[in-house]
Ligand binder design. Structure first.
Ligand SMILES: Cc1cc2nc3c(=O)[nH]c(=O)nc-3n(C[C@H](O)[C@H](O)[C@H](O)COP(=O)(O)OP(=O)(O)OC[C@H]3O[C@@H](n4cnc5c(N)ncnc54)[C@H](O)[C@@H]3O)c2cc1C
Length: 242
């Protein structure tokens, strides 16, 4: 399933919903309890965000989930960590027979995903593509130009590792193809890395919804769990309103 192909459909569905008001490029920096059960949301310069005061807040910020939760004293996961992982996407249309998707899961792991005609090839090799592993809640944006060189170099290492392992990928010779070398943040419990069998990163089950009054915090855990989490948080909100 290609998240880049699903995303425009999700955006269209959100835009078509009249009851959802959308404030793009707006970062919530502070969540402040007002003492009467409502909340005030503030932006980078302390300005009020949109209506300013809200009866209910659902924090689904993931890469900023822990920082915002800590502001209101909501208990963090035990031993959580943030990782930044590259989601390299080579822009090349390849038939499904010329490149079979493959995932390697022993120790150092990674995937080659052939997203077909429109999607290109996802090339991930964790030992090179995991660029940050931190317990800090204030994360730098690694997709900015300043880190482009580091990202490109990590992609090159990942490409070479895959060319050594996959004859099909090697035969495609993607070295001169354009590639998107951006990535994303992953929140998980566990501070030992994946090559340690004892790492909690291998059992990503401590996820879900936490609540403090009318503030909900949603840790989706995985992309594939996000729809379930959305349904669960909505049922909790509905049961609170009846
Ligand atoms: C390289 C890579 C590969 C992955 N592969 C898989 C996989 O194979 N399978 C799988 O299930 N999962 C995978 N994941 C994990 C998956 O991408 C995440 O679990 C999923 O995107 C989390 O969804 P979410 O809605 O909770 O958070 P996000 O998709 O991160 O959405 C959170 C939104 O909140 C916004 N936001 C953040 N902070 C603020 C703020 N302060 N104010 C306002 N807005 C804010 C962000 O801009 C973003 O739009 C992968 C992740 C990466 C990086």
């Amino acid at each position: 399933m290609d998240p880049q192909r699903l995303a425009p459909h999700l955006r269209t569905a959100l835009a078509a919903e009249e009851l959802i008001h959308w404030w793009p490029s707006t970062s919530v920096e502070q969540v402040c309890p007002n003492g009467d059960g409502s909340w005030t949301l503030k932006g980078i310069s302390g300005e009020l965000i949109a209506a300013g005061t809200y009866d209910l807040v659902i924090n689904a910020a993931w890469s900023d989930l822990v920082r915002l939760d800590e502001q209101i004293g909501l208990e963090s996961l035990t031993e959580w960590s943030y990782r930044y992982k590259l989601a390299n996407r080579v822009h090349r249309s390849v038939s499904t027979t010329d490149l079979l998707s493959v995932t390697i899961v022993l120790g150092a792991f990674g995937d080659l995903v052939n997203f077909g005609d429109q999607g290109g090839i996802f090339v991930s090799w964790y030992p090179h593509g995991r660029l940050i592993f931190t317990e800090s809640v204030d994360l730098p944006d690694w997709n900015v130009a300043e880190h482009e060189h580091a990202r490109e170099s990590a992609y090159e290492k990942s490409r070479i590792a895959w060319e050594e392992m996959s004859p099909q990928f090697r035969a495609l010779n993607v070295v001169n193809d354009p590639v998107d070398v951006r990535g994303g943040i992953i929140l998980a419990s566990g501070r030992l890395d994946v090559d340690d069998p004892n790492s909690a990163l291998h059992s990503r089950v401590r996820v879900g919804i936490k609540r403090s009054g009318t503030y909900f915090s949603v840790n989706t855990g995985k992309y594939t769990l996000a729809p379930l989490m959305a349904q669960n948080v909505i049922s909790q909100v509905k049961s609170m309103l009846v």
